[in-house]
Design a binder for this molecule. Structure first.
Ligand code: AGP
Length: 364
C-alpha cells in the first residue's frame, strides 16, 4: 500500500501524529450517555451471554499481544472477570484446555497473522466462542471470529504499530466498559470512564506537543547499548510495548521488567551505562514506584520517567496528562513511541522497514 506521507519523513511519524483522530474514530457513535455504557454493534454477544462469561483469554502477537495485556487488566478491573493475555503463538502449541465459559479474544492489526488465525481456528474446532479485535475490515481473523470490534485506526503502513496499538487499547476499554455494565459496574463508574474516554484525543495532542523535548532525550539515549523498561501492574504492559518498539526500530537491546521484580534479580544490572525508563502513573502504586526509582538511583542508574508529575529521583521526567487510573496505560506509552522514533533517526535506521521484520507474518 502507498499513501501520502503528508509532509512527514516516515509513515511511522505520520501514524504517531494521527493518533488523536484515530482515537476519535474508535469512539465515534459508540458511547451511550443515557445508560453510561457503549454500543458495540458487531459484538454478537447479548447481555445474558455476557453475564455467563467466567474468564477472558486474549490472544495476539507482538504489539497486539501487549495491547491485549492492557485489555485484560481493563476487563478484570471494570468487569471483574478474571482475564489474561497470552501470545497466540504460544497458546496454539500447548494444547491448552478450551473452556466453554471462557470468552476468547483474538487481537490483530492486519487480521492475517498466521499464529493468531491458527489459534482462532483451533479454538473454534473445540467449540469456543471467539471475538476479534481487529483493524483491517474483512480480514481473515475478522471473518473467522464469531463477532468483535473493529478498531478503526485506519491504514497503518509502518511495519511497527503505533496508532493501531493505541486504538486497540481504547477498543478494549470500550469492551471492558460494556462487559462491566452488564455486570457490576455502577452507572457512576460508567460515567467516569466515558468522561475519561472523551478526554483522550485532546490529551494525545497535548503529549505530541512535547516532541521537541523527547527528541532531545532521544539524542542522549540513542548512544545506549541497552535499556531497561520498568512498570508495575498498569505500567508493565506499557513498559513491554515501549521496549519492543525501541528494539524493533533502533536495534538497541531493551528489556522490560515488572518494577516489583527488580529486587528479585535485575537490580544486579544497574550501573550508569544501563539507563532505565520507568512508567510511573499517579495511582495507588505511586509510592511503590518511587521506592523503585530510589533503589535504582542509589546504584547510580540513570532514570527517565514517564509520569503524571515530575519525579524527583528521575534524571528526566516526561509529564503526561492524567486520565482515570484504568485508562492511563492508553496514554503513557505515546511519548516512548516518539523516543524510539527519534533515537532510530539519530542512528540512521530504516524506520518504516526495520531489518528482518514484516508488517504481518502470514506464514507458519
Ligand atoms: C511488527 O514487527 C509488529 N510490531 C509485530 O510485533 C506485530 O504486532 C505482530 O506481528 C502482530 O501483527 P498483527 O497485529 O497484524 O496481528
Amino acid at each position: 500500500a502507498s499513501y501520502d506521507m503528508g509532509g512527514h519523513d516516515t509513515y511511522m511519524h505520520k501514524e504517531i501524529h494521527e493518533q488523536a483522530d484515530a482515537v476519535d474514530r474508535v469512539l465515534r457513535g459508540r458511547i451511550d450517555d443515557r445508560f453510561s455504557t457503549v454500543h458495540l454493534g458487531g459484538l454478537n454477544l447479548d447481555a445474558r451471554e455476557a453475564r455467563r462469561i467466567r474468564r477472558v483469554k486474549i490472544l495476539g502477537c507482538g504489539t497486539s499481544y501487549h495491547a491485549g495485556m492492557i485489555g485484560a487488566q481493563m476487563i478484570e478491573e471494570l468487569a471483574r472477570i478474571p482475564a489474561d493475555a497470552e501470545p497466540a503463538s504460544e497458546f496454539r502449541y500447548r494444547n491448552a484446555v478450551v473452556d466453554p465459559d471462557t470468552l476468547y479474544i483474538a487481537v490483530s492489526q492486519s487480521g492475517e497473522t498466521y499464529d493468531v488465525l491458527a489459534a482462532v481456528q483451533e479454538l473454534k474446532r473445540k467449540g469456543a466462542r471467539v471475538l476479534g479485535v481487529v483493524n483491517v475490515v474483512g480480514s481473515a481473523i475478522a471473518r473467522e471470529a464469531d463477532g468483535g470490534i473493529y478498531v478503526h485506526a485506519g491504514p497503518e503502513v509502518c511495519v511497527v504499530s503505533t496508532k493501531c496499538f493505541t486504538n486497540t487499547t481504547v477498543a478494549f476499554a470500550l469492551l471492558a466498559l460494556h462487559l462491566g455494565r452488564t455486570r457490576d459496574l455502577s452507572v457512576r463508574d460508567g460515567k467516569r470512564i466515558i468522561e475519561g474516554l472523551r478526554k483522550l484525543p485532546a490529551q494525545i495532542s497535548e503529549i505530541l506537543k512535547q516532541e521537541e523535548l523527547v527528541r532531545e532525550l532521544a539524542e542522549e539515549y540513542a548512544e545506549s547499548r541497552s535499556m531497561l523498561f520498568i512498570g508495575r501492574v498498569r505500567g508493565y504492559p506499557v513498559a513491554r510495548e515501549a521496549s519492543l518498539k525501541l528494539k524493533e526500530i533502533t536495534y538497541i537491546h531493551a528489556e522490560a521488567y515488572p518494577a516489583s521484580e527488580l529486587k528479585h534479580g535485575p537490580l544486579a544490572l544497574i550501573e550508569p551505562a544501563l539507563p532505565t525508563v520507568a512508567i510511573v502513573p499517579d495511582d495507588d502504586l505511586l509510592e511503590k514506584n518511587r521506592a523503585a526509582l530510589e533503589e535504582i538511583k542509589a546504584r547510580s542508574g540513570k532514570i527517565l520517567a514517564v509520569a503524571h508529575q515530575e519525579q524527583e529521583k528521575a534524571d528526566r521526567t516526561i509529564v503526561v496528562p492524567k486520565n482515570e487510573d484504568e485508562l492511563d496505560p492508553i496514554l503513557m506509552g505515546i511519548p516512548l513511541q516518539l523516543l524510539a522514533y527519534h533515537a532510530a533517526k539519530v542512528l540512521g535506521r530504516d524506520i518504516d522497514k526495520p531489518r528482518n521484520l514484516a508488517k504481518s507474518v502470514t506464514v507458519e
